[in-house]
Design a protein around this ligand. Structure first.
Ligand SMILES: [Zn+2]
Length: 245
């Protein structure tokens, strides 16, 4: 049995019997880890509320060879989740990104840029209500980090460069924009003016869309992209859509 030290973000927590808790961690060095916290339910003192979702913690855990689940020995708070509970928008969007990381990474696959992106979003959601362009920014960033690269810059078929205002065709299948010539022979969605520039602005964190109908259209594009390329149905996204968007 070996003792490991790491820092981690708590993705989720659930009861296991009366006194134990199963914690899913996204750890900086170890990647996604499932852990048992013995006695975390019985005595508040044992872990002093450090194992709540979205907390950033320092953690020590024991690992047994051949076992997937580790046992948390100690945990201390590096950054509390305070503030996230103050609005549905904050809580739902943080839950969405926790699920995003949970379902799109494999156990024990370290991912420092993704860890930093998740931590950054949680820090943002602790201090203010994330607007749709903030959520989109982190969605695009995480997709890029994971290698999906939705392309809003050049034609995904022929590589042509275009002015922002000429970027009007989006191919879900090819995962990006098409130039006018390629759009004539390939299936695509015709985008409203200002839609792709809005994506570019959100990606660069310099604003977003001119109105909510463009935001809706952006959401549809992202939903189509994710279903087609990733094929994961995020439970928390449904909630986000129902309660927030
Ligand atoms: Zn083209």
């Amino acid at each position: 049995m070996s003792l490991h030290k790491d820092e981690a973000i708590v993705l989720s927590k659930r009861a296991c019997g009366e006194s134990d808790r199963i914690i899913h961690l996204f750890a900086l060095q170890a990647g996604k880890v499932s852990a048992i916290a013995k006695g975390a339910g019985k005595s508040q003192k044992r872990f002093m509320n450090t194992l709540e979702p979205f907390n950033h913690i320092g953690v020590e855990y024991f690992e047994k060879p051949g076992r997937t689940m580790v046992r948390i020995e100690n945990a201390d708070l590096l950054g509390a989740n305070n503030g996230i509970e103050t609005s549905i928008r904050r809580a739902c969007s943080a839950a969405f990104f926790a699920e995003f990381v949970d379902r799109l990474t494999k156990e024990r696959e370290p991912h420092e840029p993704l860890f930093n992106a998740l931590k950054e979003f949680i820090d943002l959601a602790r201090t203010r209500d994330p607007a749709y362009p903030d959520i989109l920014h982190y969605q695009l960033l995480m997709l890029d980090i994971l290698g999906y690269h939705p392309n809003f810059d050049t034609c995904v078929c022929c590589g042509a460069k275009m002015e922002e205002r000429q970027r009007l065709h989006f191919s879900r299948e090819r995962g990006g924009i098409l130039c006018g010539a390629c759009a004539r022979s390939l299936p695509h969605k015709r985008c409203a003016e200002g839609l792709i520039p809005g994506f570019l602005a959100a990606k660069a964190m310099r604003g977003g869309f001119a109105d909510t109908s463009l935001e809706r259209e952006a959401q549809e594009i992202m939903e189509g992209f994710i279903i087609y390329h990733i094929d994961v149905d995020f439970r928390s996204y449904k909630l986000l859509k129902k309660l927030v968007f």
